[in-house]
Design a protein around this ligand. Structure first.
Ligand code: GCU
Length: 423
């Protein structure tokens, strides 16, 4: 017994302390991509071939959910007892030049241990229609106030915490180019945003300042192998925003909720979409390693780098694949496939080689086999399309020129896709 305990402690130590290689080499040369075998989304670990939706839903889907939970993002706690209260802090019926009703809503979470935590939602509802509207839910990086110049938008509560930790650029309007609210509103969409640090600060030293201490099994010590990382916590937060919109906002059509995220938050939306079936469309912008990009291509950012630089994003078990992608029993196309039969959209930027645009495309392409089970259309060929030629099937993809960013062009493509699949 003693030996077994010692052995498992040693094993846990070995696995968690691997994967810290911030300086692992990075490959940008297509000819150096290793030959790899991609796990088949429709073949179970015992070799069974999946032929029907029922088999997928009963056998293979749960198997993959388990793999992603135990090996990459960590387990999302189920019975949390955490309650949320919502306080309308401010309303402006004439925001953004009259286009929108702007609401700011404080979420107050309370755990069964009595601890509380606050986050602030910014919501725009289109004034041009009285109908139920679809909503795009998307976290921002540095506060609600950075997404617009509208001067009555309140600074997100995590600002003080993150600024004293050295993070800058919390300036009003700083990120407005990434938030094409006007176009979305004109096209009849509501948009909801919250700062992701409000849910859980993106810094290993500040994790106790977010929502985590409210969870009954919260432990501040050594992380267990499958303990969730912050991507999991942010995904949980996306579901809490969905709860609010569905339950409390009568103008929102709870059956047309879209979740969209950029970069680390593009990784987050995929995991949120795999877990929460209320998200009808999942849009992952420039998400790269640990997001849409296939890990086994080892092109651009790799597992050693990402777990070295951001050890708090994933569960410790993921470190075992650092400089060892070949050993992964799954790959990211299977994460995308978990979203079927709801819609998934992947977008890349040509100059964003760190995120491996080709790997992002291939992942979206290979998810197609599961969409076919539902008689839905995946992407038609394994060749990446040229820039600015979006592919809008039941799975969507585009690549644009330029760098790692979210642009008005990306928004336009997303709205076109949502119009097509939601209406
Ligand atoms: C870093 C990280 C990426 C991530 C990006 C971001 O570049 O290596 O994995 O997507 O930050 O979130 O901006």
């Amino acid at each position: 017994m003693k030996h077994t305990l010692l052995l498992s402690a040693l094993l846990a130590w070995a696995v968690t302390s691997a994967g810290q290689n911030k300086n692992a080499p990075v490959n940008y040369d297509e000819s150096q991509v290793p030959t790899f075998e991609l796990p088949d989304a429709l073949t179970c670990s015992d070799g069974t071939r999946i032929k029907t939706r029922k088999q997928w839903e009963r056998k293979r889907r749960p198997e993959l959910m388990k793999l992603f939970s135990e090996q990459e993002y960590g387990l999302t706690p189920l019975q949390t007892g955490i309650r949320a209260k919502y306080e309308l802090v401010a309303t402006n019926n004439n925001a953004l030049g009259g286009l929108a009703t702007q609401k700011q809503v404080r979420f107050v979470f309370t755990g069964t241990n009595g601890r509380t935590h606050e986050a602030l939602l910014l919501l725009y509802l289109p004034n041009s229609t009285a109908k139920h509207v679809p909503v795009i839910i998307s976290y921002n990086f540095q506060g609600n106030q950075t997404t617009t110049l509208q001067d009555d938008v309140i600074f997100s509560p995590s600002k003080d915490l993150m600024q004293s930790a050295g993070s800058e650029k919390w300036v009003r309007g700083e990120e407005q180019s990434r938030w094409d609210y006007e176009t979305a509103l004109r096209r009849g969409y509501a948009v909801a945003t919250m700062c992701y640090h409000d849910i859980c600060p993106d810094s290993p030293d500040l994790l106790a300042q977010g929502v985590l201490p409210l969870f009954p099994d919260y432990n501040e010590g050594q992380r267990t192998l499958s303990e969730w990382g912050t991507i999991g916590v942010w995904a949980w937060g996306y579901s809490r925003i969905a709860d609010y919109l569905q339950k409390k906002e009568s103008r929102i059509d709870g059956k047309r909720m879209v979740v969209m995220g950029h970069s680390r938050l593009g990784k987050t939306v995929l995991w949120a979409g795999a877990q929460d079936k209320r998200f009808r469309v999942v849009i992952s912008n420039d998400s790269g390693c640990g997001g849409a990009a296939l890990s086994k291509r080892v092109f651009g950012e790799n597992i050693a780098r990402i777990t070295g630089n951001f050890p708090h994003w994933f569960c410790p078990a993921f470190n075992a694949y650092s400089e060892n992608e070949a050993a992964l029993p799954f790959d990211q196309h299977e994460l995308l496939a978990l979203i079927a039969p709801r819609h998934v959209y992947v977008a890349s930027a040509q100059d964003d080689q760190w995120a491996d645009p080709k790997g992002e495309y291939l992942s979206a392409y290979y998810a197609g086999s599961v969409y076919q089970l539902y008689r839905m259309k995946g992407l038609p060929q394994d060749q990446q399309p040229p820039v600015h030629q979006p592919l809008h099937y039941d799975v969507g993809y585009h690549i644009r020129t330029g760098r790692h960013d979210v642009t008005a062009y990306d928004w336009q493509c997303y709205l076109d896709f949502c119009d097509k699949v939601l209406n």
